[in-house]
Design a protein around this ligand. Sequence first.
Ligand SMILES: Nc1ncnc2c1ncn2[C@@H]1O[C@H](COP(=O)(O)OP(=O)(O)O)[C@@H](O)[C@H]1O
Ligand SMILES: [Mg+2]
Length: 272
Amino acid sequence: MATINLENLSMIYGSNGSSYTALSGVSLDIQEGDFISLIGPSGCGKSTIIDLVSGLKVPTEGTIRLDNEPVNGPGPDRGTVFQDYSLFPWMTTFENICFAIEHTNGTHTKETVEESAQNYLDLVGLGKFRNAYPNTLSGGMRQRASIARMFSMNPRVFLMDEPFGALDSLNRIYMQDLLLHLWSDGERRKTVLFVTHDVDEALLLSDRIAVMTPSPGRIKEIVDVPFARPRCRKSLSTSAEYVALKAHLLSVLYCDMVDAIENQTADHRVVA
Ligand SMILES: Nc1ncnc2c1ncn2[C@@H]1O[C@H](COP(=O)(O)OP(=O)(O)O)[C@@H](O)[C@H]1O
Ligand SMILES: [Mg+2]
């Protein structure tokens, strides 16, 4: 587990005269073991934040710290799951996970790597699919393999970018429960930065929800999610507190969306 601190991040894409401000003044402190969701409309910079924390991108301004150390690039201390099933297509599920474990710190023997990879595949119900290639698996199965890979690396933090966004609703429920089940195990519990645009998903999974504005992305509000764990999806969604919190989050998101659409429409009118 680790702390993550984002301090006054801004991200401007582009060069040679054309630039686009994707993030502006984003600050966020994430405590050890926190499960925090970033929620906001498409294009508000959620993936950019994940890419910055994972070290794949460098902010235009600001600092990212992991356990108070500046992040200067990618590393196995951060396990990432992307929306688009980022397994190596030329490797089987088993080989994908072995590869990830081999690239973590520590001494590894072939036996320990293979034993651990098999354990994690079993844990997500893919033990029998160890020799399958990603393109022969369903979307849900590929995401289970990605999650097995993330846990198998035993990173300090989990970065998850809309990991269940492309799944049908039943698979999504299954994956949310699986993630909570694995994460709630003391040894596997990590600090999590989770991106979603689904309010129910954020409320079910998170300790806190950071609501972002449309572009340029800023953190508009941080909401504490007060529900005790383990959480029961059914009783949660009918509780008055849940319904009120959901209504609040939707109204914040919806107001911003309407403002953004109205601004765009106004811009078009000016151009026309
Ligand atoms: N490499 C890039 N070059 C230029 N613009 C980009 C790049 N990556 C993202 N953007 C823009 O930055 C904004 C934020 O993107 P992103 O972080 O992917 O948003 P989100 O994940 O919230 O949908 C979008 O308007 C997107 O078009
Ligand atoms: Mg995104």
